[in-house]
Design a protein. Structure first.
Length: 600
């Protein structure tokens, strides 16, 4: 066995813990049930810190090397990327985080445990550091490429590892470990935007405002300028960013991955909602070189839903964000590259390769080539036809109803605008948090636009009132929304209420501006596919293959470019449909790739 020298000197774990810091379990310790929530991932010790069997360890040895490590050897450090995977044969590995307050040991991996969490599936910067305990250790060390082979070749081991990785990231988020601090004097619009971006990307964040213990100390220690808040404090180097744009924050946290554009991709998927994630899972699992490009975070409109209860296989429901997170892990497990937050700027069709130009921040562009393109950019909720509605974005007007928004409006009256399932799910969820929910619809009832199970819930709740034939006509307030005026469009009667929170889930505007003049669309801007694309007169017959064939079911007016999910003309706006189209699009991709091989 190899004897590896230490990477850094050993300083020992800190035993100091502030009274307001969450309990930090160590494997082997008895975790007090009075401290941990029943749903806390750390309570599921046999799953979050599982012990591999001797048979499983033996099979893992074939993918790496076994080596002795000196006590205190630094195996990996927060901010590293593409780190190795370690299995403990003897001794222990301490997982810790470091900040200006000192060191905190999060957990200790002992015999038969293993290191890692979700960032081992991508090239992002890891959240924590790991070192060999003082007595030294014998470890199986597996390089990133070999780790991927292990997950694929040994599915029973892969299942144990993936479950543990998901739980570990969930624990980091719930215990605010390995993340950043978001400091603000109030819950401002910028602070909500930043928090939403981090949470949707599964990044741990600790919120600090004047009501939190230690707020004044943090302000003084980092010499924060109150007038410039909110600020994000990155613990790795104590860097402070004031009101950073999403792409700036993503770059600072290592969320932006470098990916290889020198070789064409078999399929480039634009959009990370359920449709795009489904296409990525199926394409990557079938061995296609796959990249998914997403402008903000995985999930699309589905991630704004607190609970989806009519999706197959989840009888108790699942949040849109949880569904998207699991799908992202699946896609990465099979080798798909998830590129975010990166926006598609334009599409240039070609005879053999299509070119997608990407925007990677202000004034930064990059192009990639792909044999096929799947457009899954979805749609966004429309705003109110009130002149100043955008002035209150994230400061009273919201386009999502997740736990973040629910916490903001606890014990207050709120308004939900819209008659579809998303609006119904929002109303039901918010009714458990808010004092009362007013559901405003322009139609006479919900029957034509909402699923029956949601209508029943709404009708049976004394905390939800449906207002038919009603629309908002005015918003007013200072830095935050303070009151709302609505009007009955039949009678003309209006009413003004002191409501500070409005949730908009009305209509849908397709995200197709970047495709202007390239693909045929309907009058509303949704992409025509199949027979509709051919009937539009824009179908480019034989443009790539020389075949006089009709477009496939999900194919746009450009051969080899497909449209799926909410961005497709005539789509049903259902998660299950989007997922099904994502799977079907990959069969179309295979057909086009076969055509290209035949022609060449």
């Amino acid at each position: 066995m190899q004897d590896l020298d230490r990477k850094a000197s050993y300083t020992g774990p800190s035993s100091n813990r502030s009274v307001n810091q969450p309990f930090e379990p160590v494997v082997g310790d008895t975790i007090p049930t009075s401290v941990l929530d029943p749903n806390d991932p750390y309570r599921r010790e046999h799953q979050i810190f599982p012990r591999l069997t001797e048979n499983q360890i033996q099979r893992c040895r074939e993918f790496g090397i076994t080596a002795d490590f000196h006590g205190g050897t630094l195996l990996f450090e927060r901010g590293d990327s593409c780190v190795d995977f370690y299995i403990v044969e003897a001794g222990a590995i301490e997982i810790f985080e470091t900040s200006s307050q000192g060191e905190r040991v999060i957990t200790v991996h002992r015999e038969s445990n293993f290191t890692g969490e979700l960032d081992l599936f991508n090239k992002r910067q890891i959240l924590v550091s790991g070192r060999v305990s003082s007595e030294g250790a014998t470890l199986i060390r597996i390089a990133p490429a070999d780790f991927r082979r292990l997950i694929t070749a040994e599915p029973d081991i892969g299942e144990v590892i993936i479950r543990a990785f998901i739980l570990r990231r969930t624990a980091f988020i719930s215990h605010e470990q390995g993340g950043v601090a978001l400091v603000d004097k109030e819950r401002s619009a910028d602070a909500i935007r930043i928090e939403r971006f981090l949470r949707r990307n599964g990044y741990p964040v600790r919120l600090l405002d004047p009501s939190c213990q230690g707020f004044a100390e943090v302000i003084e220690r980092h010499q924060l300028v109150i007038e410039k808040l909110p600020a994000v404090i990155i613990n790795l180097n104590e860097e402070v960013l004031y009101s950073p744009a999403n792409h700036v924050l993503a770059k600072a946290l290592g969320l932006v991955e470098d990916f290889d554009c020198s070789t064409p991709y078999d399929v480039a998927i634009v959009g990370g909602g359920p449709a795009g994630l489904s296409a990525a899972v199926y394409a990557a699992s079938e061995g296609l070189r796959t990249i998914l490009i997403e402008g903000e975070a995985p999930g699309g409109q589905a991630s704004t839903s607190s609970k989806i209860e009519n999706y197959l296989g989840f009888p108790t429901g699942i949040s849109g964000q949880a569904l998207a997170g699991r799908a992202q892990v699946q896609a990465m497990k099979f080798g798909a590259t998830i590129a975010l937050p990166i926006e598609a700027e334009s599409l240039t069709p070609g005879p053999e390769l299509h070119t997608v130009t990407l925007k990677r921040g202000e004034g930064s562009y990059q192009s990639l080539k792909a044999r096929t393109v799947v457009v899954a950019t979805g749609a966004t909720y429309r705003t109110l036809s009130v002149d100043n509605s955008r002035e209150f974005d994230n400061s009273g007007v919201y386009y999502a109803a997740t736990a973040l928004e629910g916490d903001i409006c606890t014990n207050q009256e709120v308004i939900v605008v819209g008659g579809g399932n998303s609006a119904g799910q929002a109303a039901v969820f918010l009714s458990s948090k808010a004092k009362h929910v007013h559901l405003l619809i322009r139609r006479p009832s919900l029957v034509e636009t909402m699923s029956n199970y949601l209508i029943d819930r709404i009708n049976s709740s004394d905390r939800i009132t449906v207002h038919p034939y009603t629309e908002i006509t005015a918003l007013s307030g200072g830095r935050h929304l303070e009151q709302v005026t609505w009007e009955n469009i039949q009678t003309g009667a209006s009413e003004t209420l002191p409501v500070r929170h409005v949730f908009l889930m009305i209509g849908a505007k397709p995200n197709t501006d970047w495709l202007s003049g390239v693909l045929a669309t309907d009058e509303k801007g949704f992409i025509l596919t199949g027979a509709d694309a051919e009937a539009s007169g824009s179908w480019r017959t034989g443009a790539r293959t020389g075949n006089d064939r009709a477009p496939m079911l999900l194919e746009s007016s450009v051969p080899g470019v497909f449209a799926i999910g909410d961005v497709q003309s005539g789509s049903t706006k259902r998660v299950a449909t989007a997922v099904g189209q994502g799977a079907l699009s990959v069969s179309h991709v295979h057909a086009v790739l076969a055509e290209l091989v035949h022609v060449s």
